[in-house]
Design a protein around this ligand. Sequence first.
Ligand SMILES: [Zn+2]
Ligand SMILES: [Zn+2]
Length: 129
Amino acid sequence: MLNGIGYPLFLHVFSTSHLAHELHGAGLMRKKGAAMKEWAKKFYHSKSWIDTRQAYLISRHYLCERCGEPAKVVHHKKHLSKKNINNPNIALNWDNLEALCQDCHNKEHHAAADTRCYSFDADGNVIAR
Ligand SMILES: [Zn+2]
Ligand SMILES: [Zn+2]
């Protein structure tokens, strides 16, 4: 009898989280920190990006290039996409980078993406609001 209750409960939990995952993938779930795209995650965690980002921020004295506030984000002027993220001439090219504070970075992206429920963390990664 206990098994008869416990087993379906387990199944229920499993299928609920699976459903949540599916919903999240469709952009319907709003869970903080979970929306970074898989293809971007690999890049943002790569040593080449972390080193490039660090060196660039140092070169800009950790200041926002637009307003002079402390920079939190290294923004890609040509936004990264699944197609160009593995191209070092875009993803790691200092000419394509810009040190920005959180405000300026949000403005930059929201100008083009204000209908989306995304925000950006300190690394410039996309997160759900
Ligand atoms: Zn700024
Ligand atoms: Zn950006």
